[in-house]
Design a binder for this molecule. Structure first.
Ligand SMILES: [Cu+2]
Length: 259
């Protein structure tokens, strides 16, 4: 196939991928709408890192272009330009400036990673997420009561997949488990995803994370983000954020039918 045709095909499939997260609001540019406290931190870290990287890039490109234009070898004279080896102040500058830059990046990344990994001992809602080939089972526990699990099948419309209902303004803990291969639990509106790796024992911190939901009731798309087999692309689900009143009602109906 000619190269142009391959490129066109790639572009078309990339567009298709972006479109089948219908509920995600990509209007903020690079990131979908955020619905947790944590997603704000992640979005700020991401945007801050881009600004810092672009600024660094601009300085580097300016220096390259400046050197190319004003310090190139001119035709008339063949001697070397002034050499700056063993110039202590300049060598110190070369070492210190990158060190400061890396330290700043490290500081913000470490600070935010720490905050994101922080676990409260008493989350309001606990959700056990079982990712399997090729769907999800959500088992929610609230106030010591376990609701009827929601189990899905491979689907091509995320609204037809399993739906996880969560209350607004609450701390939610996820515990991720896989009986088969590696999957990845991804709700774009969380601006966060985590691999679901088989074989990690229950209670291990590596398979748990917590979020604080914001007051943004709506239905949000969710999917598997780790190629896990033939129906990987159909491992769709949705997250429905509901008000406290709707949540109370939901719990009542779910516990009622389980008994
Ligand atoms: Cu998967």
């Amino acid at each position: 196939m000619p190269r142009a045709a391959v490129l066109a095909l790639l572009l078309a499939s990339a567009t298709a991928c972006a479109n089948d997260i219908p509920d995600a609001d990509w209007s903020r540019g690079l990131l979908p709408e955020n619905i947790t406290t944590q997603s704000d931190w992640i979005a700020n870290l991401w945007n801050g890192a881009w600004i810092a990287a672009l600024a660094t890039g601009a300085v580097v490109i300016f220096l390259i272009v400046w050197a190319c234009l004003f310090h190139r070898k001119r035709r008339a004279k063949a001697e070397l330009p002034p050499q700056v080896r063993y110039n202590l102040p300049i060598e110190m500058l070369y070492t210190l400036v990158p060190l400061v830059m890396v330290s700043v990046f490290f500081f913000f990344t470490a600070r935010d990673s720490r905050a994101l990994e922080a676990m409260s001992p008493n989350p309001d809602v606990k959700v056990k997420v079982e990712a399997f080939q090729w769907s999800w089972r959500f088992t929610t526990t609230v106030n010591g009561k376990t609701l009827k699990p929601v189990v899905g099948q491979p689907v091509s419309d995320y609204l037809k997949g399993p739906q996880l209902v969560l209350p607004v303004n609450k701390k939610v803990e996820f515990d991720l488990e896989s009986p088969d291969v590696i999957h990845s639990f991804w709700v774009p509106a969380f601006v966060f995803k985590r691999d679901v790796i088989p074989g990690i024992p229950e209670g291990n911190k590596g398979r748990r994370f917590q979020i604080d939901t914001l007051n943004k009731p709506n239905v949000y798309a969710g999917r598997c983000a780790e190629l896990c087999g033939v129906d990987h692309s159909r491992m769709l689900f949705s997250v429905k954020l509901v008000s406290q009143a709707e949540w109370d009602q939901y719990i009542a109906t779910q516990t009622g039918s389980a008994q």
